[in-house]
Ligand binder design. Structure first.
Ligand SMILES: NC(=O)c1ccc[n+]([C@@H]2O[C@H](COP(=O)([O-])OP(=O)(O)OC[C@H]3O[C@@H](n4cnc5c(N)ncnc54)[C@H](OP(=O)(O)O)[C@@H]3O)[C@@H](O)[C@H]2O)c1
Length: 269
């Protein structure tokens, strides 16, 4: 299991200070969980959540592996020098925020094919890998591309030295099973499944839309939320554990968001 940290950003309407984050990370660590998924864009300001995680794990000496991400904004980058400068600054800011000497898994953050297929970017990142600043290069696949079966990025795994991917994989959104999972298995690419619980909607606990206030991401698209709840009601004995076990049948690891330690506990029992 990998601890997803988007919820620490406050984007779900809940405040997570370092004390609260410590409680979750300490508990998970003691239960044998050793990996955290984060991103510079989580938080009000860039690197906010990375900084909180960095402070907590450093203070408590928790030896978590860290997955974080980078983006390529083609509009802001006009030439190779600017591209490298931008990537260098993203990497250095993540390392500094996380208080780490290297990033274990560095993910291209759900970008388009145009943003992805830039040889100079991957040459630069592979050099940083050689320098020991990055251990693995990875792609967090953009789900609208997976839905369209537009999987060009997977053709570049070898060329760009990428050995891990993350993809949406849950009982409701099974698109990754068509091609992504078989291709990655064939190429021996490590698969992280994300959103195994469809943001909590595949846990069996939600029966109506009343539970979600306007700060909750599940409130943003109530039509979809209702569809997933209706779907979930048809699954016999649905629980968070059942959904996670389903995703783990297809993926090597799952990335999960937790709001409290009871949610981790219920999966470990
Ligand atoms: N592009 C990308 O790379 C990308 C995109 C999205 C997410 N991610 C990563 O994936 C992580 C997970 O995504 P997510 O948090 O949006 O979705 P998720 O893991 O599918 O759902 C998390 C939510 O499910 C509920 N939950 C968790 N454990 C539970 C349990 N044992 N029993 C009942 N309910 C439980 C909690 O919400 P309630 O208690 O409120 O129901 C929790 O906030 C993110 O934090 C992020 O690190 C990456």
């Amino acid at each position: 299991m990998v601890i997803g940290s988007e919820v620490f950003s406050g984007a779900w309407g809940l405040k997570f200070d370092e004390k609260k984050i410590y409680t979750i990370l300490r508990y998970a660590y003691d239960k044998g969980i050793r990996e955290i998924d984060t991103a510079p864009i989580y938080g009000k300001n860039n690197h906010d959540v990375e900084k909180k995680i960095g402070n907590v794990i450093k203070k408590a000496n928790l030896k978590y592996k860290i997955n974080t991400k980078f983006s390529i904004n083609k509009l802001l980058i006009k030439n190779k020098v600017e591209l490298e400068k931008n990537l260098k600054s993203q990497l250095e800011n993540s390392l500094k925020s996380l208080k780490k000497d290297s990033i274990d898994n560095y993910f291209f953050h759900s970008g388009t094919d145009d943003e992805f297929m830039i040889d100079d970017a991957w040459n630069f990142l592979n050099q940083k890998k050689k320098d020991g600043l990055i251990k693995n290069l990875c792609i967090s696949l953009r789900h609208d591309l997976v839905k369209k079966n537009s999987l060009k990025q997977l053709d570049y795994l070898e060329k760009y030295g990428i050995n891990k991917i993350s993809t949406v994989c849950n009982l409701y959104s099974k698109e990754s099973l068509k091609k992504v999972v078989p291709i990655c298995k064939k190429k021996n690419i490590f698969i992280y499944g994300r959103m195994a619980l469809a943001k909590g909607l595949l846990t069996g606990k939600y029966k109506s839309l009343n539970a979600f206030d306007r700060y909750d991401p599940r409130y943003k698209d109530l039509k979809l939320t209702k569809k997933i709840i209706d779907f979930s009601k048809k699954i016999k004995n649905l629980s968070a554990k059942k959904s996670v076990m389903w995703s783990l049948k297809h993926c090597d690891k799952v990335i999960l968001g937790f709001k409290n330690i009871e949610q981790i506990k219920s999966l470990n029992d």
